[in-house]
Each structure stands twice: as structure tokens, then as C-alpha cells.
Design a protein around this ligand. Sequence first.
Ligand SMILES: [Zn+2]
Length: 85
Amino acid sequence: MSDEFEIEVKRFYVPNEFTIECPKCGGDVCVPNGYLSYPTANVVFDYTPYCGSEWKDENGEWTGCDHEWKIKARLNLSFELIEDE
Ligand SMILES: [Zn+2]
């Protein structure tokens, strides 16, 4: 495992994401949703997913979940030299 270090990038887009279930409404939430801001690599950190799911209630009015919670995540990053074969 590489040492932790701060990445001085305002919008760091990661190449993969996960779909997790909102604990309040059961809707799908993408993590990370877009990018990480100034992440620290190779260390476990708190990530705050946000659920913006919307649906019509029994009166036909739009209502939203608007829920945040905390999960653990880690951005693994290291530099590697590749020998010519
Ligand atoms: Zn939700």
C-alpha cells in the first residue's frame, strides 16, 4: 500500500463508480457522483452520498428523499514503472 498524499486537484474524476442503496428510501445512488474534490489518496475517508430521488406521493404531489449519510471509502493511487519486455 502506498503512503497517503493529498491530490491538489479541484475536480478529480475517478474511473469507476458504485451504485448503492439509499437507507431512507431504497433508491439507487451513484458513488462518487461525478468527482472528488482535493481527495487524499490511499487513506480511508468519510464520503457523504446524497439521495435526490423524487416520486409522487399519494396526493400526486412530487416529493423528494433529500437524504445524506456517511460511508467509508478509499482512493487507491500509486505510480509504477514498467520494464520493457
Ligand atoms: Zn433516498
